[in-house]
Design a protein. Structure first.
Length: 128
């Protein structure tokens, strides 16, 4: 049914990982917020997220502590460019759009491990 995802920790620069902490899971009503994907920046910041959720979870200390950065309409994708974290967030449904889109999107960029975010630019619309 619903997968369960746990935070992971690496003590050897990412060569091996182990579970370290409680599972990332939300009640069924919040199912899109389940963590499904992980990315790592070049400085070792780990970002966990689930497509359709409205936040990313971030750790800068190998999983010892985690915090969330929220995006009001939803997260479409996350990637890194060097030390920067880039979140592609959904905007509102565009005119004449159906329930599944198209949606406007925006790139949000953080160069300080997710503490502050800057809306970088509008992206092409996507279908959900």
């Amino acid at each position: 049914m619903f997968g369960v995802v746990y935070p992971v920790l690496s003590r050897d620069g990412g060569r091996s990982w182990h579970i370290d902490g409680p599972r990332f899971y939300r009640a069924a009503a919040d199912a899109p917020d389940v963590t499904q994907r992980l990315i790592v920046t070049t400085d070792g910041t780990l970002v966990a997220w689930g497509r359709g959720g409205d936040f990313v979870k971030i750790t800068t200390d190998l999983g010892r502590d985690w915090f969330e950065a929220g995006f009001p309409t939803g997260v479409y994708s996350v990637h890194s460019h060097g030390r920067a974290i880039i979140v592609r967030a959904l905007g509102n449904s565009l005119p004449l759009g159906s329930r599944d889109g198209p949606f406007a999107t925006w790139d949000y960029r953080s160069s300080d491990n997710g503490r502050r975010w800057r809306r970088a630019r509008a992206e092409h619309p996507v279908r959900w």
